[in-house]
Design a protein around this ligand. Structure first.
Ligand code: LLP
Length: 435
């Protein structure tokens, strides 16, 4: 077990570049991704046959192209994500170069909206069905086209676990997947349409732990034996935790892989053919690579509480207000004189007209103070581990433009998304002519 690098509370550089200079060049707030960190995490997962990035975590085209360049395939949960994958260079029908038999894009969801179903059929994409109705809707289209296809099934094993109830995707409190007791029925349903069950998939939650993830192996083995030798691939889903706090251990991939590898071996033996082992991480690949940088715009004392208010809010990073998620934070002093101010407990919030616009909130503690260096207006706040479910969950609340994204590769900072303009925000709005 290795411990993640300590996240210091003062910081001057990201991926070797001066944070103050990045802020000057791109303005604040902005997201910065250290591309090398993504590659390190991809390398950790080398024991798995297939690494499929859950792009919902961080779907900028440049990030997708970067992970593709490093051998990672992708999943898509919507028509938009299918289009992103295609735009980033993934091919709909060819296998991944160097990975025979591995399709580059898989559509994984609990339902097809009409646009997604049309797009999947148009591009003949592989489908991972999370409901009986998806099997019917896809099967009907395949039959009409005279296509004989295989599908994979996403099974809800009846239990789940996540860093928050909102990210627990197993058990009957979760809407996800095909209920484990209905697998036989779904195999029959699929057969009616001429669809074979080629693979099985389970994803029990995000930010879970190895103890719970390990239980999935047993559930997978049981279901796979029930479905039988048409199964050629199993997916362990995503959910690998990432270290957010100092001292958090990094998950031990070798041990986790060993559990799955043994499951896969037993299935291969039972079926008499090879079974491929996939993993589908989102957070694990990108969380640690990303930082949200904002400028301190107000420092004020409210009774016993000291507030640092910055120019980024939950419109930029929603995880603290949504889940009470903890993110490491550091101050980058733009004036060296400020560094002499020592440390203090501060509550860090944003500009939005809403009391919950606080980054230092944790489940159960709405406004909790954090030990941070003294900061003044003009200093920069760096929110770490923001590369997964950061930018992608941002909004235009309070008519704030979405922040730019910057990717640092080999010491060079590239703008991979421009800051929105006011025109972008109101695009498509229309004031009718009233008389
Ligand atoms: N596969 C499936 C089918 C999923 O639904 C998800 C995440 C993943 C893989 C990737 O999970 P990961 O490895 O990133 O934990 N917004 C929340 C997380 C929502 C996750 C949704 N599904 C957060 O900020 O923590």
């Amino acid at each position: 077990t290795t411990t993640a690098a300590q996240f210091p509370i003062t910081l001057d550089t990201i991926a070797g570049l001066s944070i103050a200079e990045l802020a000057e060049q791109f303005g604040t707030p902005f997201y910065a991704y250290d591309a090398a960190k993504i590659v390190e995490r991809i390398d950790d997962l080398a024991p798995f046959d297939v690494v499929r990035f859950a792009q919902k975590a961080c779907s900028n085209l440049a990030i997708l192209a970067w992970v593709r360049k490093h051998g990672v395939v992708v999943d898509a949960v919507s028509a938009g994500e299918v289009r992103r994958a295609l735009a980033a260079g993934y091919d709909a029908t060819e296998p991944m170069p160097g990975q025979p038999g591995t399709r580059q894009i898989v559509y994984t969801a609990d339902l097809f909206d009409r646009e997604a179903l049309d797009l999947v059929v148009e591009h003949d994409l592989p489908v991972n069905c999370g409901s009986p109705q998806m099997i019917d809707q896809y099967g009907e289209r395949c039959q009409a086209l005279g296509r004989e296809r295989g599908v994979t099934l996403r099974i809800n094993p009846g239990f789940g676990h996540g860093h928050s109830q909102k990210t627990n995707t197993g058990g009957e409190q979760s809407k996800h997947g095909i209920w484990h007791e209905q697998v036989a029925d779904c195999v029959e349903r699929a057969a009616k349409w001429g669809l074979s069950i080629e693979g099985l998939h389970m994803h029990i939650g995000s930010g879970t732990d190895l103890e719970h993830l390990g239980q999935v192996c047993g559930a997978m083995e049981k279901i796979a034996l029930e479905v039988g030798p048409s199964v050629h691939s199993i997916s362990a889903g995503g959910g690998l935790p990432t270290p957010y706090r100092d001292g958090d251990a990094r998950v031990e991939i070798a041990g986790y892989h060993k559990l799955w590898d043994a499951t896969r071996d037993r299935l291969a033996e039972a079926f008499g053919h090879a079974v491929s082992l996939e993993i589908e991480p989102g957070r694990y690949l990108t969380a640690e690579s990303g930082s949200l940088v904002a400028e301190v715009r107000t420092v004020k004392q409210m009774g016993s509480n000291l507030y640092y208010l910055v120019d980024a809010g939950f419109n930029n990073l929603a995880r603290p207000i949504l889940y009470g998620s903890y993110h490491p934070m550091a101050i980058c002093h733009t004036d060296p004189a400020h560094a002499a101010g020592g440390e203090q407990d501060a509550i860090v919030g944003g500009p939005l007209c809403e009391s919950g616009d606080i980054f230092t909130q944790e489940e159960g503690g709405f406004v909790s103070a954090r030990r941070l260096p003294h900061a003044e207006v003009g200093d920069l706040l760096v929110i770490g581990c923001a590369g997964a479910y950061g930018y992608v969950m941002s909004s235009n609340y309070n008519s704030k433009p979405m922040a730019p994204e910057v990717m640092i590769v080999g010491g060079k900072a590239e703008l991979i998304r421009e800051r929105q303009t006011f025109e972008d925000i109101v695009r498509g709005e229309n004031v009718p002519q009233w008389d």
